[in-house]
Design a protein around this ligand. Sequence first.
Ligand SMILES: [Zn+2]
Length: 459
Amino acid sequence: MTSDPTETIAAITRRAAEDYARVLDELIDLVTIPSVSNASFDPAHLSTSAHAVADLLRDAGLDSARVVTATTADGRVSRPAVLAHRPGPDGAPTVLLYAHHDVQPPGETADWSIDDPFIPERRGERLFGRGAADDKAGIMAHVGALRALGDDLPVGVTVFVEGEEEIGSPTFHDFLTQYQDDLAADVIVVADSTNWAIGTPSLTTSLRGMAQVEVTVTAAHHAVHSGVFGGPSLDAVTLASRLIATLHDDDGSVAVGGLHAVENDLVHYDEAEFRRGAGLVDSLRLAGTGSIASRLWSKPALAVIGLDATSVARSSNTLIPACTFVLSLRVAPGQDPREAADMLVAHLTAHAPFGAEVAARITEAGPGFDGSERTEALDAAEWALAQAWGSAAVHQGMGGSIPFISDLKQVFPDAQILVTGVEDPDSRAHSADESLHVGEHAKAVLAEALLLARLGGIA
Ligand SMILES: [Zn+2]
């Protein structure tokens, strides 16, 4: 390859374009393997898909590609993953490319507009099939990018394709520590997110953390007649409701003291689009203050996600003595979710209504991710995306968390993590009629090739 960056970019662009039909054919082949990681499905398909991915990587020049598993301290064996490595020139950085080859269960076939979720069909610009986007498109972005660079690959590359992301990566941390030396990298590219819109690429640079707290409000030692005892003493559901009502201000902002909240004015998230996506009734006013993007991505959110009380069918004239509910707390990126959950527990006990007994315990806590720090790798990614799409990348957040990202951050604290997209807002990952926008995917492949070229200093 030439040493002129402009010519190098043109050559990579041409090679990626010429190769893309093959990328798509191979993606279709991968989608036909029903590699569902959910325990009620046949695990043999996961092995088949892992070996298919290893073959693709070997063919793309990573001779060491192999199927591996990790074993946890308590003896659990991970589902098959694929590891491959190709060293770079002396002094070149190493880039870890992540994707996952397992998929969600297909759900009801009747809900799909194609005959079989594992027989992909192309209609116009979209390829339909389970895993066509999430995340077999991510695997093929890596394969296509590596092939576009071929022997000119200017960086060391490690590819890690996991086989259990869709069930929450249960052995991910063990995997990272067991293969820590193999996986060590300067930059990590996670091709498993979504782009902002058709025609607009994005980097997912912020993820909220999360915590769950289970709360029991006790008013009495046992149930009593609501006529005989009602009046001087309130029932536990009413007391729990009063407690829950203290969690938000009148405008709907979370009222728990000490929680971080950051404004995001960089991204315009359209209110009508939000309302449509959330399925809100027309009369419902939105809660909180600031931009929609901040309320979704960089401010806390708190919801009651379950409540045990007497059902309507079983109701009688009885004062309910105790009530248990579960709170789901979303935490701004950067705040320790355990610290935030402790603040929530302190708020709950301090606001015990009418002196009711309030017992609260943290049942789950997972950190968020803040990848907005200006680094060379982030600059390179923005450049590559803009080059491939012809429009600037949006820095988007996600209100939910991607648990394995925090594991990566924990095991490789110095690596810069870039979360890139292969999906678009119409991809319907996890749902019926999952699909990939083929034109956008070709751009994702090119962007990744250009990113590797720039990280290696040839573009
Ligand atoms: Zn995924």
